[in-house]
Design a protein around this ligand. Structure first.
Ligand code: HEC
Length: 160
């Protein structure tokens, strides 16, 4: 009897831990977007077959309409005087974070930190803190996400 109870407890314990293990890998499908797999704290596979272009990525990061990253971040982009301090300095981020983590961060920062003030750049289907027009169109296309990720990966120097 005792043994059975202990066994029950072990089985119950296993059942309770299973969902959280399964949660580590999550296939994400959203209307109009390329599906992607979140493994742990990253997205390992590129969203597109065309590799990202770091120069185009830099233009998106510096641009004040789409990425608007410099509202919150500092990056080694000359002639951009108004750079933000809400988020971490992006210099050296290519050394600090893997491609997979950079990709998840740009795609949807809130998957990792639910309270993040950084907007999700590749998400649709909900209107939470996003203007209604953006509920159906992501802020960046899949290719632009890859461009930004390749630019971020190139930021391996912490100065200037
Ligand atoms: C509204 C402010 C805001 C905007 C806009 C924003 N971010 Fe962020 N970002 C943050 C904050 C704050 C963090 C710190 C962690 C957190 O709170 O999510 C962060 C973290 C990051 C990180 C991780 C840095 C590290 O060292 O861990 C990367 C990479 C990043 N942002 C890239 C970008 C890029 C690229 C863009 C534009 C496409 C962007 N962010 C736009 C606020 C912002």
């Amino acid at each position: 009897m005792r043994h059975n109870q202990r066994l029950d407890r072990i089985v119950l314990g296993l059942l309770l831990t299973l969902p959280s293990v399964a949660h580590a890998d999550e296939q994400v499908r959203q209307p109009g977007l390329v599906p992607y797999l979140v493994s742990g704290d990253g997205i390992a596979a590129p969203l597109t077959t065309t590799p990202g272009d770091p120069q185009r990525g830099q233009a998106i990061v510096a641009g004040r309409t789409q990425g608007n990253c410099l509202t919150c971040h500092r990056a080694p982009i000359p002639n951009e005087d108004f750079q933000g301090q809400i988020g971490p300095d992006l210099r050296g981020v290519g050394r600090r974070l893997s491609l997979a983590r950079l990709r998840l961060r740009v795609v949807d920062a809130r998957r990792q930190s639910p309270d993040s003030v950084m907007p999700p750049f590749y998400r649709t289907g909900d209107a939470v803190q996003v203007a209604p027009a953006q509920a159906e169109t992501p802020l960046l296309t899949a290719q632009q996400v890859e461009d930004v990720v390749s630019y971020l990966a190139s930021l391996t120097e912490t100065s200037p």
